[in-house]
Write a protein that binds this ligand. Structure first.
Ligand SMILES: [Zn+2]
Length: 276
């Protein structure tokens, strides 16, 4: 149950018919993993913690550097040299009272700790992590909210938890109580996965470390990732399997459906060779 303090704190969210008291309880009962606590991850973590998400798992083994501070707004000069996930978890736990846990790098040996986490927000900065994560989410029916930003181009891609219902004879609807509707699941299951959009050998050409970026553009994409996460938790279906690109230079959205690649190493047939 929500306390009187909860009703007051979250009153503007509860006012939304799509949220209400039941929705706020869903947010509290949710456990979300955020992979990467850089510019995107800092913003996503703060927005979700402030919104009342019950549990956040933050993954990053990087340490705070001076050049991070214009974008990674949870950190100050005093945090330079400290682990990003630990600093962010400590700050957000104190500020919002949520259960926030810090983990190191997400690699083949640690990805299994994701366990029964249903919502995964990809805020990482390299294709190796993105591919590993997307394949894991596909095979273990987790919803992946992927965001990326470099220079003046932001990318969003939603990979439904139910996307692999098409290839394995499973139901397209997860038994998870927070899953999306059946109608939405059928539509989402017809789309391609992250690997269909970016094949394994895609060159990692879009990194803010090499191309530069403005902190406000990072915050804009991160805010959309946090919004997508909350709407999905509230049971509001969103388009999945679509590449959504925002051109900040001309302030235009571009959207394209990602067709399923019949030769995709992840979603075509029963490709489970890498064991993740
Ligand atoms: Zn695929």
């Amino acid at each position: 149950m929500l306390s009187d303090n909860d009703f007051l704190r979250f009153s503007r969210q509860i006012l939304l018919p799509e949220c209400g008291e039941a929705g706020q309880l869903k947010l509290r009962q949710s456990r979300v993993a955020i992979i990467g606590v850089g510019g995107l991850g800092c913003q996503v973590a703060q927005l979700l913690a402030a919104a009342g998400i019950g549990e956040l798992w933050l993954f990053d083994d990087d340490r705070v550097e001076l050049s991070n501070l214009p974008r990674q707004l949870l950190f100050t000069d005093a945090d330079i040299g400290h682990n990003k996930a630990q600093v962010a978890a400590g700050l957000l736990s104190r500020r919002y009272g949520a259960a926030i846990h810090a983990f190191g790098k997400l690699d083949d040996s640690s990805i299994h700790v994701l366990g029964d986490i249903h919502w995964v927000v990809d805020c990482s900065d390299n294709f190796a992590t993105r591919h590993r994560l997307a394949a894991h989410c596909y095979r273990h029916q987790k919803t992946l909210i992927s965001g990326a930003i470099a220079a003046f181009e932001g990318l969003l891609f939603l990979q439904s938890a139910n996307a692999n219902g098409k290839g394995k004879g499973r139901s397209t609807v997860s038994e998870h109580p927070l899953s999306v509707s059946r109608a939405a699941s059928r539509e989402l299951a017809a789309s391609g996965c992250y690997h269909c959009l970016f094949p394994q050998d895609t060159e990692s050409a879009t990194r803010c470390a090499t191309q530069g970026v403005l902190g406000s553009a990072v915050a804009a994409i991160a805010a959309l990732q946090a919004q997508m996460t909350q709407q999905l938790i509230l049971g509001m279906p969103l388009p999945s399997g679509r590449m959504q690109r925002f051109d900040f230079r001309h302030f235009r959205w571009h959207e394209a459906r990602v067709p399923a690649d019949p030769h995709c190493a992840v979603c075509a047939g029963g490709g489970e060779s890498d064991g993740c």
